[in-house]
Design a protein. Structure first.
Length: 74
């Protein structure tokens, strides 16, 4: 189940990376009261947060699975 969440996070990262959502948000923020840097920064945190959560969850689950298999062999 957590592997599915990890894959979903990684797919979400690639979706945000290759879409034009971020430039549109920054352009919208520049035209309004807020400046584009804050929007760009927050979307970057969200984007790389998805990637970090996806990869780290896969690594942690795989490590725990391998550790459990090694413990059963001994």
């Amino acid at each position: 189940m957590l592997y599915l969440v990890s894959i979903t996070c990684i797919i979400g990262y690639f979706f945000v990376e290759h879409s034009n959502i971020i430039p549109q948000l920054v352009e919208y923020a520049n035209n309004n009261r807020y400046k584009g840097f804050a929007t760009f920064f927050l979307t970057g945190l969200f984007k790389y947060g998805l990637l970090f959560v996806g990869i780290s969850t896969i690594l942690i689950l795989s490590f725990l699975l391998i550790k459990e298999k090694i413990k059963k062999v001994e």
